[in-house]
Every structure is written in C-alpha cells, then in structure tokens.
Design a protein around this ligand. Structure first.
Ligand code: HEM
Length: 411
C-alpha cells in the first residue's frame, strides 16, 4: 500500500530536480553587496585570473559594482567570443578615461561597432596601413640602422637592451605618425603619452559605480583635462605645420600618417558637407581634427609597447636557449649573409625566425588579456551574458594550458 505514494513522491522529486533551472551565470567567487568583487581588483591580471580559473573553471563570473564580468580561459569559449559570436562581442570596454582621452571615441580601437567604426577602419586600411605606405617606410630601416650603429659603437660595454628596443619602436612609430621631429618635441610627446598610459590604467571607482564620479576621489578628472589639453597643444601645432607644408608643396607622395589623414580629409571635403556637430558622421569618412588626434594615439599605443615587448622577449628566450640561438644565426647566415641587413624579401625564407617569433608570441603575448564587451544580450555555454557585460579572454593562460600544449612552458 505504501509503495504507490513513495513512487509518486520520488517521481515528483525527480521531475522537480530535473526542472531545476541552470543558474543564470557561471560559477565565480562570491562578492559583497553593491561592490560585488571589487575588492579582488588586484587579482584581475592574467596570472591572477589563471589562478582563479583553477577553482572556478574556464568560464567564470565576477561582478564589479553594477557590471557583469566574465573571465575566459577555455579556448572553446574564447572562440565563441572572438569568432562564432564576434558581432555580439564586438565592442571594447570603455572607461571614463578612455572615453575622454579618445575625444568621445573618435578613434578606431574604441569606437563602438557600427558604420563609424567601419569607416575609420576603411581609412586605416586604405591610407594609413596601405601597401604603398609599407613599401615606402624607409624611416624604419633608418631607425634600425641607427640602433645597430649605436650597438656596434658600444661593443664590450653593457647595454640596456629593453631601453634600446623601446626607443627603436617608439622612434619608428613616432616618425610614421608625424615624420621627423627634434628631440625636445619627441620628449614632450613621450611625456604626454606616459600620462595617457597611466590614466588608461588608473583605477576609477566611477567606472563601476557611476554616481561616485561626482566626487572624483582620485583626482582623475582634473588629470584627464590637463592631459587632453597637453595633447591638443602638441598635435594641433603638428597638424597646422603639415597643412602649411601642403599649401607650399603639392604632396603626391605623402610622407607620414598626419599627411595621409589630412589628404583624406581634403579629398572628402570636396564631396561631402561637414557635419561639425559630431565626430561620428555616419555617411562619410570625413575626418575632424579630433579623429586625426585619436587615430594617431591608437597607433602610438597599439604599435610601440607591443612591438618592443615582442622583440625583447624573443631575444630573452634566445639567450636562455643557446642551441636555438645558434640555429637562428645559422639560418640568417645562409639566407641573408653575414655582411647584409635583413629586409622584407628575405622573410619568406626565414622559416626558423618565423617559428621563433610565433613561439615568443605564444609564451609572452604582448597583450595577455583581450578585453571585449557584449553589445547585446547573449549566452555563453548556456549562461546569460547581459548586454554591457565585459569579457576578459586570458590569451596568456590559453597559450600555456597543459591540456592543449606538450611541454607548454618550454620553447
Ligand atoms: C607584436 C605586435 C602586436 C601585437 C601582439 C598586437 C596585438 C593586438 C591585439 C591583441 C589587439 C586586440 C584584438 C582584439 O581585441 O580582438 C590589437 C588591436 C589593435 N592593434 Fe595591435 N598588436 C601589435 C602591433 C600593432 C601595431 C604595430 C599597430 C599600429 C601601428 C597596432 C594597432 C592596433 C589597433 C589600431 C588595434 C585596434 C583594431 C580595431 O579596433 O579594429 N598593433 N592588437
């Protein structure tokens, strides 16, 4: 007699358990009311997040103030974000500092996905990174020659290789952007860049709890205004000089990035009427001064430290692995010859050099955490990802995952 109620009870229980809803968000460290996991801020580095992933898995969830954050160390989930659902995750997280210092997202790197971003990308592909420009980058060779000369005149003495390489990539990017410059001008610009860099990375509680922005606890708002004014002062002068130069000599063969962007501006001026109310004219590629300044900063930030870090790590790994160093030297001797400089025509045949660089990028990605933002509500592995959520893809951890690589820490 008792068997029937027990069976019914068990069936109901199984039904209820099977219907129990999957949690809305993936697992993650428990946070506090309102501030969520903000006290864990110092753990949100590629090393810290890799450690947390050991406890919470390849996709875990944090809350920073009012914002959802998803940390990813699973290659499958990374592929979802960067490839399968790339449109849903196509924005980059924008902080108050980024918004202000990019002239309200008047650049390419931080502009929200849409017609304006597509137009900016078109300008860059057609004008700034065109094949013709790449072929005419004599200044790159010039800077490399300067560095080699400086090294060879210091044989037997210690050199700070990191400093030397950073100066090289900074000079190359600076010349690509502005053409030549005197040393004081360069120093002034580097000072501005350094302050931008500090402000980009500075913690600002108002990014997570917006109403606290009024209090400006860290004095960031004042520093932002000063930094952008300094940049305006510097680049406006450069732009004016470039415009004057264009009036005197007709420039067929543009020499630097500002020339290229100004040329585009002039070409378009004949075709479209100016919409000065916004930096994001949807139907044309007309550039404002702010667009030019913001694009120059994209290239200065995108190109300088990434390249320097890559070269420095490649040299470090080669010094740590003398057999590989010898093999590379042999390849260079055979393909290029010891009395010649490497140029683009050699690259195709320098197979071991290419492997060395790829392995360096795997072990030491110059941007170890790739940050994106959801532009719409979506899902990852069945979990909710609300619009505006931030995702942090741990490229560093994925590239050293022992489940994916044999001897992941070895070159
Ligand atoms: C070793 C060298 C470099 C590395 C490792 C590197 C890495 C990256 C990464 C990881 C991203 C973001 C991708 C994403 O969010 O999905 C990116 C974007 C970008 N990089 Fe680089 N980069 C390098 C060199 C450069 C150079 C030399 C420049 C400029 C001269 C540059 C300019 C940019 C720009 C403008 C973006 C934003 C593109 C967009 O929003 O469409 N990068 N880079």
């Amino acid at each position: 007699m008792m068997a029937l109620p027990i069976t019914v009870f068990l069936l109901v229980l199984v039904f209820l358990i099977s219907r129990r809803r999957k949690p809305l968000y993936p697992p993650g460290p428990k946070g506090l009311p309102i501030i969520g996991n903000m006290l864990m801020m110092d753990q949100l580095t590629h090393h810290g997040l890799a450690k947390l992933a050991e406890t919470y898995g390849g996709l875990f969830h944090l809350r920073m103030g009012f914002r959802h954050v998803f940390a990813i160390t699973s290659p499958e989930v990374a592929q979802q974000v960067l490839q399968v659902q790339d449109i849903s995750f196509s924005n980059r997280p924008v902080t108050i500092a980024i918004n202000y210092l990019t002239y309200d997202l008047a650049d390419m790197a931080f502009a929200p996905y849409g017609p304006f971003w597509r137009q900016m990308r078109k300008v860059c592909v057609m004008k700034v990174f065109s094949r013709r420009r790449a072929e005419s980058w004599a200044s790159v060779r010039d800077e490399v020659n300067n560095m080699v000369r400086s090294l060879s005149s210091n044989v037997g003495k210690p050199v700070n290789v990191g400093e030397l390489i950073f100066t090289l990539t900074r000079n190359i990017t600076y010349r690509a952007a502005f053409g030549g410059a005197c040393e004081t001008e360069q120093d002034e610009f580097i000072r501005i860049l350094q302050e931008f860099s500090k402000l980009f990375g500075a913690f600002n509680v108002a990014d997570f709890i917006p109403f606290l922005g009024w209090f400006d606890f860290h004095g960031i708002n004042k520093r932002l205004v000063k930094a952008r004014n300094d940049l305006d002062g510097f680049i406006d002068e450069v732009i004016d000089e470039h415009m004057k130069k264009r009036e005197i000599i007709s420039v067929d063969e543009d020499t630097d990035m500002v020339d290229d962007l100004l040329a585009f501006y002039n070409e378009e001026e004949k075709l479209v009427s100016e919409d000065s109310s916004t930096n994001r004219n949807k139907n044309s590629v007309k550039l404002t001064r702010d667009n030019i300044k913001a694009l120059v900063m994209d290239v200065m930030f995108g190109g300088t430290e990434t390249m320097a870090s890559g070269i420095e790590w490649a040299l470090t790994e080669l010094l740590r692995n003398p057999d590989e160093l010898k093999r590379l030297q042999q390849e260079l001797a055979e393909v290029v010859g010891l009395d010649q400089r490497v140029d683009e025509t050699h690259l195709e045949k320098l197979t071991f050099l290419k492997c060395t660089l790829k392995e360096t990028m795997r072990l030491h990605p110059p941007i170890p955490l790739i940050l994106h933002e959801a532009i719409e509500d979506t899902k990852l592995q069945g979990f909710n990802v609300p619009k505006g959520s931030r995702v942090m893809i741990n490229a560093f951890a994925i590239a050293r995952d022992p489940k994916l690589w044999v001897d992941p820490e070895d070159v």
